[in-house]
Structure formats: C-alpha cells, structure tokens
Write a protein that binds this ligand. Structure first.
Ligand SMILES: [Zn+2]
Length: 186
C-alpha cells in the first residue's frame, strides 16, 4: 500500500469522495487509527449501500433498517470490503465523521486527530484474511506518512465510545493484526 505525495490518498484504493468531511482543527495532528465494523443492511455484504450512506444517497425505503440511518451525515476515511477491496471516501488530511462522541486516553473528539477505517463485517463474524492483510498494509503506509501514527495508537470504536458502540466487535482479532504488523516491521 502506498500513499500519494500529498499524504491524502491511497494509491491502491477506489476513490469515492464524500461531502461528509471538513478541516481538522490542527492539520498536523494525525495521531490515532480507529477501527470500525459496518455492514448494510446489517449482516449482508457486497452491496453498494455503504457507499450510498457515506455520500448521503441512501434510500430510506430500500430496507427497513435504512429509514433509521439515511438522515445521518457520516463518513470514514476508508472501507475494507470482505474481498479486500479498499475504498477511500475522505482524504487523510481532512476530518472524516466516524467516531461521534468519543474519548481516547482522556482526549475527546477523536475525529479531530484520527483516521477511520471501516471493515465490512459485524461484531460476531470473523473478518477475512484479505481484510487483515489490507489493514496491516494500510497501517504500515500510514505510519510511514504520519509520524503521529504509531503501532500503540490503534484503537477500536467500542474502546473510544464504550457503552455506545460495539464495533468492530469480539470478532475482530487484535492478535492477528498485531502479528501481521510485527511481521512487516521486522
Ligand atoms: Zn464504528
């Protein structure tokens, strides 16, 4: 995985820009990776609904679940699909809207200084080998580009919004990710 010279875009991702982003309060402070899990409708994979949600095009009538979320203005920097396809919605130097009310190590508003990575999945179903491979490669590229991003500053949505969010869920295996990262960094 490689990031372009501007530090904004993965060269190996499909780009699907969204208006759901804005400037970071401190553009030089990018210092946390947040892992999420998402599937739309919940438990179904492979459709275009996540793209639609992040671009404010989700049809509230297409599925009963969508009526409750179609009004949301949300986004993430990246999505890694079950087959390993990577989609980028927001340039890394801009603020994506993925964390909501959140706190990491005593500091609020994680969107300000984090990069959000969604994995297509659900809390209780194992993520795929392709997803771990891509995630590790992306994290390695981000660490090369942003000095504030380090191996000990990677967290899950449930950890920074406890009681409110459960993703990426118990199915996300931190040992698998850490083993891949360790292998890359040695
Ligand atoms: Zn999340």
């Amino acid at each position: 995985m490689r990031i372009d010279a501007s530090g904004n875009w993965l060269l190996d991702a499909r780009q699907a820009p969204t208006p759901n982003c804005d400037e970071r309060p401190d553009g030089d402070d990018i210092s946390l990776i947040l892992i999420h899990g998402i599937s739309l409708p919940p438990g179904e994979y492979g459709g275009g609904w996540i793209d639609d949600l992040f671009s404010n095009r989700l049809d509230p009538n297409a599925h009963p679940y969508f009526a409750g979320i179609a009004h949301l203005r949300v986004s993430s920097h990246l999505l890694i699909r079950r087959d390993g396809e990577v989609v980028q919605y927001v340039p890394f130097r801009k603020r994506a809207w993925h964390a909501g009310e959140s706190c990491y190590q005593g500091r609020n508003c994680c969107n300000d200084y984090s990069i959000g990575i969604e994995l297509e999945g659900q809390d209780d179903e194992p993520y795929t080998t392709e997803q771990y491979d891509q995630l590790a490669g992306i994290i390695q590229a981000l660490m090369r580009t942003f000095t504030g991003v380090t191996i000990d500053r990677i967290s899950g949505h449930s950890d920074i919004a406890p009681g409110r969010k459960s993703d990426p869920g118990a199915a996300f295996d931190w040992r698998v990710l850490n083993a891949r990262l360790a292998a890359m960094l040695t």
